[in-house]
Design a protein around this ligand. Structure first.
Ligand code: NAD
Ligand code: WQD
Length: 337
């Protein structure tokens, strides 16, 4: 018995592979390294005694996916593999729809053909846009403002439709803003090009690679005018996947979407303060124009995750900054691609 982890060489997938290994599950990672390195899988192996197989496959290649199911005794699937950059998706919509939807469809076909009926799927708080009511609950209206966001919504719909008529059950996890790294400092986020998420940029300023941080917007209706998000430690997020698989294996039926956040909003300026505490660096910043497409504030309602998964985040913003910083210091060039 093994768990297939698609995109398992990536940021969240690699941490989840370690968390799955801690439960004694063997893991089969499938990745084409379009946004990751095989060295992440070496780091996963060093952190677990479980078997971690690695198969280099493009999930859009349906035949190759079938061969993976023929080769390994897969009983559960966690599906991370996707392109994830919002701005890039606006520039390259076809590539995003092709990659994120083809990969899911081929995977679902292989699962159905092989009688594998437990799926945990990566979705995103991006499906809520700017929520009218905070904290945002799973029943809030959804929509999309980018091709990336549409691929997440369409994926949710496809999975829901399949689960309604076929022997398949799914936990669709809507992540808020994953940050941080494994406490060992050997596993973390390794953005391919220039990072555009806040925490990797803050860390680049902290280590002197970048002079100042641009804070996008100082006049939002928030605690201090800067944007507010629900940052979640990647290890908490990984543990939510284990909890979700356990619930599926325990007999949960159908498809359900569940928020995975801490329930706490943190502003950009508050996050900079936490990064200063963790790093001891000054982290100079300047308040700039709002970034196009940004929302002002969001944070998650976490009741459903607590009730259904028996899971709550346990790590706070200081833990997130400390662990991200340790990863950054120990691996200034990431995995060195
Ligand atoms: P990541 O880019 O680090 O990991 C994705 C992995 O999938 C990479 O290793 C990449 O090489 C692989 N991949 C992509 N397309 C593939 C394909 N066709 N075949 C095989 N492998 C392929 O990203 P991440 O941050 O770990 O995100 C994982 C999932 O979580 C994604 O679905 C993403 O949309 C979702 N998500 C991420 C965030 C975030 O801020 N990081 C937030 C919400 C949701
Ligand atoms: C966080 C805050 C910025 C950079 C993105 C995706 C979303 C999801 C999570 C995948 C915002 C501010 C940022 C900077 C700044 N991913 N900021 N200066 O935009 O909340 O969400 O990742 O599903 O779909 O859109 O994350 O880290 O880019 O920004 O002030 O240089 O930091 O304005 O308030 P975001 P982020």
């Amino acid at each position: 018995m093994a768990v297939l982890v698609t995109g398992g060489a990536g940021y969240i997938g690699s941490h989840t592979a370690v968390a799955l290994g801690e439960t004694g599950r063997d893991v089969v990672i499938v990745d084409n390294f379009v946004n990751s390195s095989p060295r992440a899988v070496e780091a996963v192996r060093a952190l677990t005694t479980a078997e971690v197989a690695l198969v280099e496959v493009d999930l859009c290649d349906g035949e190759a996916v079938r061969r993976v199911f023929a080769q390994y005794p897969i009983t559960e699937v966690v599906h991370f593999a996707a392109h994830k950059a919002v701005a890039e998706s606006v520039e390259k919509p076809v590539a995003y729809y092709r990659n994120n939807l083809d990969s899911l469809l081929g995977l679902l076909e292989a699962m159905l053909d092989n009688g594998v009926g437990s799926l945990v799927h990566s979705s995103s708080c991006t499906v809520y846009g700017q929520p009218e009511v905070l904290p945002v609950s799973e029943s809030a209206p959804v929509g999309a403002e980018s091709p990336y966001g549409w691929t997440k919504l369409m994926s949710e719909q496809i999975i829901t439709d399949v689960c309604a008529v076929r022997p398949m059950d799914a936990m669709i996890l809507r992540y808020f803003n994953p940050v941080g790294a494994h406490p060992s400092g050997t596993l973390g986020e390794d953005p391919n090009d220039i990072p555009n998420n806040l925490v990797p940029l803050v860390m680049e300023v902290a280590c002197g690679r970048r002079e100042t941080l641009q804070v996008f917007g100082g006049d939002y209706d928030t605690v201090d005018g800067s944007g507010v998000r629900d940052y979640i430690h990647v290890v908490d997020l990984a543990e939510a996947h284990v909890a979700a698989l356990d619930v599926l294996v325990g007999g949960h039926r159908g498809a359900v979407a569940v928020n995975v956040g801490t329930g706490t909003g943190t502003s950009v300026l508050e996050l900079i303060e936490a990064a200063r505490r963790a790093t001891g660096a000054a982290i100079p910043y300047e308040i700039c124009e709002r970034r196009a497409g940004d929302i002002a504030k969001t944070w998650a309602a976490t009741d459903l995750a607590a009730e259904l998964l028996g899971w709550r985040a346990t790590r706070d913003i200081d833990d997130m900054m400390r662990d991200h910083w340790r990863w950054q210091c120990q691996n200034p060039d990431g995995y060195g691609r």
